[in-house]
Design a protein around this ligand. Structure first.
Ligand code: NAD
Length: 688
């Protein structure tokens, strides 16, 4: 009996070859579990139940992937029937064994589906996991109950609460799958079917007793990894239930929590960030194909250049590293080597991979070497004269089609593009420090940047596994411009009566990874100081200017690297410093500021309101494409709490009243030169 038919609006194919039925999920691009998929699966398994002569079922995915997760678009409303637990129950009720053939990704609801099967095989490198907690929810189709039956409670706590995605090889070691297929995946699934002696439902397995010490350690680590967000706490509780409560009872409790937590503010905000990240790199009307890049040059092998070179090497590019002098080149080469060997020592990359990276790196102290590359990224000193002279040279030497990218943080990209004599081939690639770690990349589109050049910048971002947003030209582009407004407000607060540690604590309590003063100390106060000096000539003397950070720099307090900045440091630990307090009080008096007691709420709300106001201006000037890009930038580049959805999502939902109430205070604090954006209109557009 050989036949085939489809179900679920064509998204599920059922084929019978001899005594084996194969069910294939085909919902491009990633086979997300949608309503059609669930209905089709249920119908396909019902059809199989009505057939004679079937000995086993293989459940697989088309498009090179099993199921990358559930379709999150459905999560904002009541889920349509059938829901995933019913599909899994039908698989478990199928009289013959069912084996899942996993490739690409088996994540979330996809992996839960496979846990409803009697066995699992995976292609090498398949990504497996239950990352729901990262989206503010818990697995809702038995993941918290079935996973511990295979991997034990401690390991499951780590995987589920830490939202970890693991490779098939680790899943095999943990007992989550039965085999990694050496070659033909579906053949391996059939082999496993033949080896299984009848049904072997995961739900029927006992949860093995955990060592109490190991269990406590796993719980503590799991809750820390989840930063105590409600989803991590609930997930941990559910995983533990697997060992103490009958399966069906615990399953019902899991579903109850899933349904409830799905519409929590955190989950809604996290889904917003998920979709905003997917939209971020898209540019309306951009259809140009990217240029092919194989060989890149990085010019300037300082802090940023070394990180960028390493990121490029890791993504498989050949990299020419260029410095002006042999001495600077040797230091730069050391920096890159330090990153390679550091990651190798930590086991993040294999020794073979490290060796391959070293062989792809060519350090040279001669700009002429750019003649052979497809892409140049410059990361030399932040100085207009230095950078424009360099761009002019590159315009002469680089291959005519080569793309020239600048990592400038603040300088006018259009002026640099003009200096190169080929402005259509110039784009900004603004990396964040450390460049090989931080996810955010601002791809800066100059006035004359061609579509092909822009498309290549975005393509490169994807190759480097960055989250890219497109920014227009303007002082500080999107991220740094908004951050400057936020930090500026923090500095005014300190002159007005707060202290740096109070402001930092207020913003850290809100969820920022670090307060603005701790951040300044980490990145070095001299960077902003240099910028202020550059802008001094064009600054309106009537504008408010807080001198305290300049005074710290003049006192040699440049931040952590000098052991003191806004704080003083004992090793890595920051301490409030009475000397800084004295300096603040003296300067506030000299500036004629009447200091007053300032509440923590005012500290927080003024900083965030200043940020939100600047975002309204940036959007109005079309420097940023969309509000979601601002959220993506702050979550990925500035330590804004992801679970709050980014600053604009937060402001449009939770923070609206606080922001609108603080705006007049911000305006009064800034005084001369303050520009009020259409904050109300922007927030209306986001929440409406
Ligand atoms: P850095 O001082 O650490 O490194 C600059 C390097 O460029 C030095 O090694 C120097 O020898 C080299 N250099 C200078 N002129 C050169 C030339 N003409 N040819 C070849 N090499 C030359 O500076 P950095 O912090 O790495 O910053 C570099 C760029 O990256 C700047 O534009 C900066 O604004 C930008 N940026 C910095 C950060 C950050 O946090 N440090 C973040 C984003 C962007």
């Amino acid at each position: 009996m050989d036949r085939s038919e489809t179900f679920g609006d064509g998204k599920i194919a059922l084929r019978i070859d001899g005594d084996i039925a194969t069910v294939v999920i085909d919902n491009p691009p990633v086979n997300a579990g949608s309503h059609d998929v669930r209905r089709g699966l249920l119908d396909a398994f019902a059809a199989i139940a009505g057939m004679d002569g079937i000995a086993g079922v293989v459940l697989a995915g088309a498009n090179g992937t099993f199921v990358a997760g559930s379709d999150l678009k459905e999560f904002g409303a009541p889920l349509g029937e059938p829901q995933l637990p019913a599909v899994i129950a039908a698989i478990e009720a199928t009289a013959v064994p069912v084996v899942a053939a996993l490739d690409g990704a088996a994540l979330g609801g996809g992996f839960e589906l496979s846990l409803g099967c009697d066995g699992r095989v995976a292609a090498p490198g398949t990504v497996i996991g239950l990352p729901e907690v990262g989206l503010g929810i818990v697995p809702g189709a038995g993941g918290t109950q079935r996973m511990p039956r295979l991997a034990g409670v401690p390991a499951s706590l780590g995987l589920i609460c830490g939202a970890r995605r693991i490779a098939a090889e680790e899943a095999l070691r943990l007992g989550l799958i039965d085999a990694v297929a050496a070659d033909d995946l579906r053949m391996a699934a059939r082999d496993l079917l033949r080896r299984l002696d009848g049904k072997r439902r995961v739900r029927d397995l006992a949860v093995s007793a955990a060592d109490p010490v190991e269990l406590e350690a796993a719980k503590a680590a799991a809750l820390k990894a989840g930063r105590n967000r409600p989803a991590a706490i609930e997930a941990a509780r559910l995983v533990e239930l697997s060992a103490t409560v009958p399966f069906d009872e615990a399953l019902a409790e899991e579903r109850r929590v899933f349904q409830e937590i799905r519409s929590s503010p955190e989950a809604v905000a996290l889904r917003h960030v998920f979709f905003a990240e997917r939209a971020a790199g898209r540019v309306d009307g951009l259809s140009a194909a990217p240029r092919r890049i194989e060989r890149a040059a990085v010019i300037g092998a300082g802090t940023m250049g070394a990180g960028i070179a390493y990121a490029l090497l890791r993504a498989g590019f050949e990299v020419v590293l260029i410095e002006q002098t042999e001495a600077a080149l040797a230091a730069g080469r050391e920096r890159v080597e330090g990153l390679v060997s550091g990651d190798a020592a930590k086991g993040r990359i294999g020794e073979g991979e490290a060796a391959a990276m070293r062989s792809r790196l060519s350090p040279v102290a001669d700009l002429a070497a750019v003649a052979t590359v497809d892409l140049v990224v410059e990361a030399v000193f932040e100085d207009m004269a230095v950078k424009s002279a360099l761009l002019a040279g590159l315009g002469q030497i680089a291959a005519p089609q080569a793309i020239l990218a600048s990592n400038t943080s603040y300088l006018d990209l259009d002026a640099l593009a003009a200096a190169s004599g080929r402005p259509d081939r110039v784009v900004g690639l603004h990396f964040f420090s450390p460049a090989h770690v931080m996810k955010l990349l601002e791809v800066v589109r100059g006035a004359k940047t061609s579509d092909e050049t822009l498309a290549t910048g975005l393509w490169l971002g994807r190759k480097l596994k960055k989250t890219a947003i497109v920014a227009g030209v303007g002082e500080g582009f999107v991220g740094n411009r908004l951050y400057a407004a936020y930090r500026g407000q923090a500095e005014m607060l300190v002159e007005d009566g707060a202290l740096p540690w109070q402001v930092d604590a207020a913003l850290e309590a809100f969820g920022m990874a670090m307060g603005p003063f701790a951040v300044s100390d980490l990145s070095g106060l001299d960077i902003a100081f240099a910028r202020r000096k550059r802008l001094a000539a064009t600054r309106d003397p009537a504008e408010r200017y807080v001198k305290i950070p300049d005074m710290l720099c003049e006192a040699g307090r440049l931040g952590r690297k000098t052991g003191a900045g806004w704080y003083r440091y004992d090793g890595r630990k920051r301490q409030p410093d009475p000397e800084v307090e004295r300096l603040i009080l003296a300067e506030a008096e000299a500036a004629g500021r009447e200091r007053r007691a300032i509440s923590d709420e005012e500290c927080r709300d003024r900083c965030l309101a200043a940020l939100v106001n600047e975002a309204a201006l940036v959007l109005d000037e079309t420097i940023a494409q969309r509000p979601g890009d601002v959220d993506v930038a702050f979550v990925n580049g500035y330590g804004f709490p992801r679970w709050r959805g980014g600053p604009l999502w937060w402001a449009a939902h939770d923070g609206r009243d606080a922001v609108l109430a603080a705006l007049p205070q911000v305006e009064a604090a800034v005084g001369q030169g303050f520009r009020r954006g259409d904050v109300e209109g922007m927030l209306e557009g986001i929440s409406g």
